[in-house]
Design a protein around this ligand. Structure first.
Ligand SMILES: Nc1ncnc2c1ncn2[C@@H]1O[C@H](COP(=O)(O)OP(=O)(O)OP(=O)(O)O)[C@@H](O)[C@H]1O
Ligand SMILES: [Mg+2]
Length: 301
C-alpha cells in the first residue's frame, strides 16, 4: 500500500478526437503529503485542469492512476472538493442553496439543522457573499459566483481541496483577502490543496511546492520548486524577502525562458531558449528539481 497521502503514478491521459487519440498528459508522477499546499503552473492548454480532474475522479487516466490514502480514485467524492475554473454552480438555486446542497451532502448526519445554517452563513461571510443569500446565479457577477464556489468547497471541510484558478475572476482586493483566508483555513484544517494558477506571486505566496508543467501535447512535470518560506506568510513583508524574489524568478524563468514556445518539442525549446536573448540569472537561483530528465516525454500513435 502506498505511504503517500495522494499519489499520481505514471499518468497518461489520451483523449479520443476525430483525428485520433490526443495525448494531453504523459508520465505524470506526483506524490503529495497530507496538508501540503501545491500549486500547478504552466501555459494555457498544457493539461493542468486535466490533472485536477483526474484527482477529482471526473476523468479516468488512460494509463497509470491516482491513489488517495491507499484507495484508488475512480469517482468523485465529498472528501475531494473542487472549485472549478467556471465555478459550476446550480443556476436555478440561490447563493445560499448552492452552499446548502454541499453541506447537506456532507453533514446531514453530523450537524443539526441550526448548525448547518450557521456553517453555511459562516462560509458565505468568509467570501463576503452573505449580503446576497437569496440571489440566483443569473443575478450575480462572475466574480461573485466564483466566491460562492469557493464557499461551497470550503464548507465541505474537504481532506483535499482542488482549485482551478479560483481567484482568476476577482478584483485585486478580494483576491488578496481570499488568499489570506485560504492560507488560514488550510493551516487550521490541515487540508491538502492542489491549486492551479497563472499568477506567479500567488503561487509563491501560498504554496509549499510549485509544480511546473511542460507545454503539451504529452505534457509532463518539468520542474518542482519547494517554497521554504516561514508561515504564517504576510504578503507585504514577503515582497522584499530575497528568497521570495528568487523563487519568483525561478518560476518566471521556467515559464518565459524554458517553456516559452507552446507546441514545440522539448529539445527544440531548449535550442531556442539557448538562442534567446533574455538573460538568465544563474547564481542565487533556488534549488529547482528538473523532473523532465527523469521522465522523458513519450507519445503514442
Ligand atoms: N475532452 C477533451 N477532448 C479532447 N481534448 C481535450 C479534452 N479536454 C482537454 N483537452 C485538451 O487537452 C489539453 C489540456 O487541456 P487542459 O484543459 O487540461 O489545459 P489547461 O492547462 O487547464 O489550460 P488552461 O490554462 O487554458 O485552463 C488541451 O490541448 C486541450 O485542448
Ligand atoms: Mg484549465
Amino acid at each position: 500500500m502506498s505511504k503517500s497521502h495522494l499519489e499520481l503514478t505514471n499518468v497518461q491521459m489520451a483523449f479520443d478526437t476525430k483525428d485520433g487519440p490526443f495525448v494531453a498528459l504523459e508520465n505524470v508522477d506526483l506524490k503529495i503529503r497530507k496538508g501540503e499546499f501545491l500549486s500547478l503552473i504552466g501555459h494555457s492548454g498544457c493539461g493542468k485542469s486535466t490533472v485536477l480532474n483526474i484527482v477529482a475522479g471526473l476523468l479516468q487516466a488512460t494509463r497509470g492512476g491516482c491513489v488517495l490514502d491507499g484507495h484508488e480514485v475512480n469517482t468523485p467524492g465529498p472528501e475531494r472538493a473542487v472549485v472549478f475554473q467556471n465555478h459550476s454552480l446550480m443556476p436555478w438555486l440561490t447563493v445560499y442553496e448552492n452552499v446548502e446542497l454541499a453541506v447537506q451532502q456532507v453533514f446531514k448526519k453530523s450537524m443539526s439543522k441550526k448548525e448547518r445554517r450557521e456553517w453555511i452563513l459562516h462560509n458565505l461571510k468568509l467570501v463576503n457573499m452573505d449580503h446576497a443569500l437569496d440571489k440566483r446565479l443569473g443575478e450575480i457577477s462572475g466574480g461573485m459566483a466564483q466566491r460562492v464556489g469557493i464557499a461551497r468547497a470550503l464548507a465541505m471541510k474537504p481532506s483535499v481541496l482542488l482549485m482551478d484558478e479560483p481567484f482568476g475572476a476577482l478584483d485585486a482586493l478580494t483576491r488578496a483577502h481570499l488568499q489570506d483566508s485560504l492560507m488560514k483555513i488550510q493551516q487550521d484544517l490541515n487540508s491538502t490543496v492542489i491549486m492551479i494558477t497563472h499568477d506567479v506571486d500567488e503561487a509563491v505566496l501560498l504554496s509549499d511546492r510549485i509544480v511546473m508543467m511542460t507545454n503539451g501535447p504529452a505534457a509532463t512535470i518539468g520542474e518542482e520548486l519547494h517554497i521554504d518560506l516561514p508561515r504564517p506568510r504576510n504578503r507585504v513583508t514577503l515582497a522584499d524577502h530575497p528568497e521570495y524574489v528568487r523563487y519568483r524568478q525561478a518560476v518566471l524563468s521556467f515559464l518565459y525562458e524554458k517553456q516559452r514556445f507552446p507546441g514545440k518539442e522539448e529539445n527544440e525549446q531548449e535550442k531556442q531558449t539557448a538562442d534567446a536573448e533574455v538573460p538568465v540569472q544563474e547564481d542565487n537561483s533556488p534549488e529547482v528539481v528538473n523532473k523532465s530528465e527523469e521522465s522523458p516525454v513519450r507519445r503514442i500513435a
